[in-house]
Design a protein around this ligand. Structure first.
Ligand SMILES: C=C(O[C@H]1C=CC=C(C(=O)O)[C@@H]1O)C(=O)O
Length: 412
């Protein structure tokens, strides 16, 4: 696949303040939705002023940064709000595997944003629409037919067992193995229905949609606001309990679990090592804390820092991806094992997903708890960190719980 850039020579961009638009997702006018929303704040976009599709390669982030810089530098920008996310922005999703051709960036024609008491509408081009008008009301998917993806459950369990053997033999410390499920619907799946259900159920997650990849991820890879950066490293998981006592017992067991602590440590240490050279100040907590979601509890390390130089958020994404939350340790060995054992192409699942503006500010998550929608078909993904003490049956159960987020979004 070749690099493709669809963009006019010069974008004409105007951002104006608007009254509080309320719920962002219900303003999306048609199914080709772009979204990044958490606790009701964020950005939604529609229409395409520019699109970049990038071939695989470890340089895909720097290529994206350079091309976007050229498009944004040539733009004629009237930004009357001037906060992160105003002016032109690109939504994007990058392929997980450096060899993957799936990376895409879209500069929407319209963006509706809401953050810290500001609300704005950005319009690109001459079509100065006053705001979204619902062109096609969302309809929920019906008659869903589920099937296995690349590996049925027993085959995936034996892939996990093979990974455990390789780890115990000393080839690597950790690998994250994922599996996929396929679902067919009676009519084209509308991303807005999934966004609505995900945002209602997981308000603390980043509900996203970009080029058919729709999900609600709890994992913030990086947020850049001026020189300030934040990340939330997640690894180590348990399902929520069925009673309050069971829930507390599970949370305590997770917090004390040597196996989950090891899984988490690989991820937190790699993020620390990758960010240290970029930062004048970096805080990584010595111990993880618990992040409680409606369906799962994770070990979590909130990381904060200050960049030494003026780098785009995409430069920081390039330094971080793929973290051991989605690949493993050491990274090259883990990537080889993932290619050998998963039997599938992850596409943009577990890759960076988010947005960047012309200042280089932006928010990028790791695309987890998501599905790739393609007309009437969707591919759901879920993965689990495997270390020496992992049990294949327990990992299969964990993947099943992780699939639950998107299953619910599709089934209601
Ligand atoms: C790879 C996934 O989750 C990662 C993020 C948090 C916890 C994880 C775990 O405990 O295995 C995974 O590393 C996924 O949800 O598909």
């Amino acid at each position: 696949m070749k690099l493709a850039v669809t963009a006019p020579d010069r974008l004409s961009v105007r951002t104006v303040p608007v009254p509080d638009p309320g719920d962002l997702i219900s303003g999306l006018p048609h199914p080709a939705a772009l979204a990044w929303v958490r606790h009701g704040e964020g950005l939604v976009g529609w229409g395409e002023a520019a699109r970049l599709t990038l071939p695989g390669g470890p340089d895909r982030f720097t290529t994206a940064t350079r091309l976007l810089h050229d498009i944004f530098a040539a733009a004629d920008i009237d930004d009357q709000v001037a906060v992160p996310g105003t002016g032109p922005v690109a939504f994007g999703g990058f392929g997980f595997d450096p060899g993957s051709d799936d990376s895409v960036l879209i500069v929407p024609r319209h963006v509706l944003g809401r953050r810290d008491g500001h609300a704005w509408l950005t319009t690109i081009g001459t079509d100065q629409a006053p705001g979204p008008t619902l062109l096609r009301p969302p309809t929920a998917p019906t008659t869903l037919t589920w099937s296995d993806g690349a590996l049925p459950a027993p085959a995936w369990e034996s892939a996990v067992a093979t990974a455990v053997t390789r780890i115990r033999d000393g080839h690597l410390g950790k690998v994250v193995l994922a599996r996929d499920l396929t679902v067919h619907a009676g009519e084209p799946i509308d991303a807005r229905v999934l966004l609505r259900r995900l945002a209602d159920r997981f308000p603390a997650c980043y509900t996203f949609s970009c080029a058919g990849l729709v999900g609600a991820t709890p994992e913030l890879l990086i947020r850049r606001t001026g020189g300030h950066i934040e990340s939330l490293v997640l690894a180590g998981t348990t399902a929520r309990g069925t009673t309050p006592t069971d829930d507390t017992a599970r949370a305590d067991r997770l917090f004390d679990s040597a196996k989950d602590r090891e899984e988490h440590r690989y991820a937190a240490e790699m993020v620390r090592d990758a960010l240290t050279p970029l930062c004048s100040h970096l805080h990584v907590p010595a111990e993880p804390e618990l992040l409680t979601l409606p369906n799962l509890i994770h070990l979590a390390s909130p990381v904060r820092g200050h960049l030494t130089a003026d780098r785009s958020v995409l430069d920081v994404v390039a330094a971080l991806h793929p973290t051991p939350a989605v690949a493993g340790t050491p990274t090259p060995t883990a990537l080889d094992l993932i290619r050998e054992l998963e039997g599938m192409d992850r596409g943009r699942y577990a890759g960076p997903v988010g947005w960047v503006d012309a200042r280089g500010d932006g928010e990028w998550g790791i695309a987890l708890r998501c599905a790739q929608i393609d007309g009437t078909r969707a591919r759901l993904f879920a993965g689990c960190g495997i270390v020496a003490d992992s049990d294949p049956a327990a990992e299969l159960a964990e993947a099943h719980t992780k699939f639950g987020a998107m299953r619910h979004a599709l089934q209601g």
